[in-house]
Write a protein that binds this ligand. Structure first.
Ligand code: KMT
Ligand code: NI
Length: 172
């Protein structure tokens, strides 16, 4: 896992966009993002038991898995949004980027590869993209029913109860 400030260039989202400014794990934790690296799925199972993630499935994001829908999916994943539940992903193969908003609204890019697990809190604005290799396979974990409806950023979603609770949870 590598974490850094996004360079804000408008070139292809699948490039690294590494500004060279490193973001610490502590800084990630302060915005409610938890990161782990687990080489064994036993460790994933332990975390799932501890946090009550009872359910899981797997998704492959690649042109061969998604066919002609691939480009559209990748574009949609990159739309800035939030969820009313945690987003938990364990990378089984390949690589991808999650971008999350810092407290002062800058993009922080998290490069995930095999064995990395990330937990995004409910209410955080974020987006996802594959990298230049166009291939990631991930386990999606969830507590009850997945509530993955993306709520795209806008004035109405800024007032969403989960968004407001998240913003209030941030340290000053
Ligand atoms: C999501 O919700 O953004 C995804 O599931 C992306 C693929 S999982 C790495
Ligand atoms: Ni999401």
């Amino acid at each position: 896992m590598k974490v850094y400030e996004y360079d804000n260039s408008t070139s292809d989202q699948r490039e690294d966009h590494d500004s060279g400014v490193v973001v610490s794990e502590t800084a990630l934790n302060q915005i409610g993002v938890l990161a782990h690296h687990f080489d064994s799925v036993d460790d994933v199972n332990a975390l799932a038991a501890e946090r009550g993630y009872k359910n899981r499935d797997e998704i492959t994001v690649s042109p061969s898995a998604l066919g002609e829908l691939y480009e559209e999916k990748v574009k949609n994943f990159f739309h800035e949004h939030l969820h009313e539940d945690e987003e938990i992903r364990y990378i089984l193969d390949g690589e991808g980027f999650f971008d999350v908003r810092s407290k002062d609204d800058r993009w922080v890019r998290i490069r995930l590869s095999k064995g990395d697990l990330i937990i995004l809190p409910a209410g955080i604005y974020h987006r996802f993209t594959t990298d230049k290799n166009n291939y990631v396979k991930a386990m999606r974990l969830f507590r009850e029913e997945p509530k993955w409806t993306p709520l795209n950023r806008g004035p109405q979603v800024d007032e969403n109860a989960y968004r407001k609770a998240y913003v209030e949870s941030l340290p000053i």
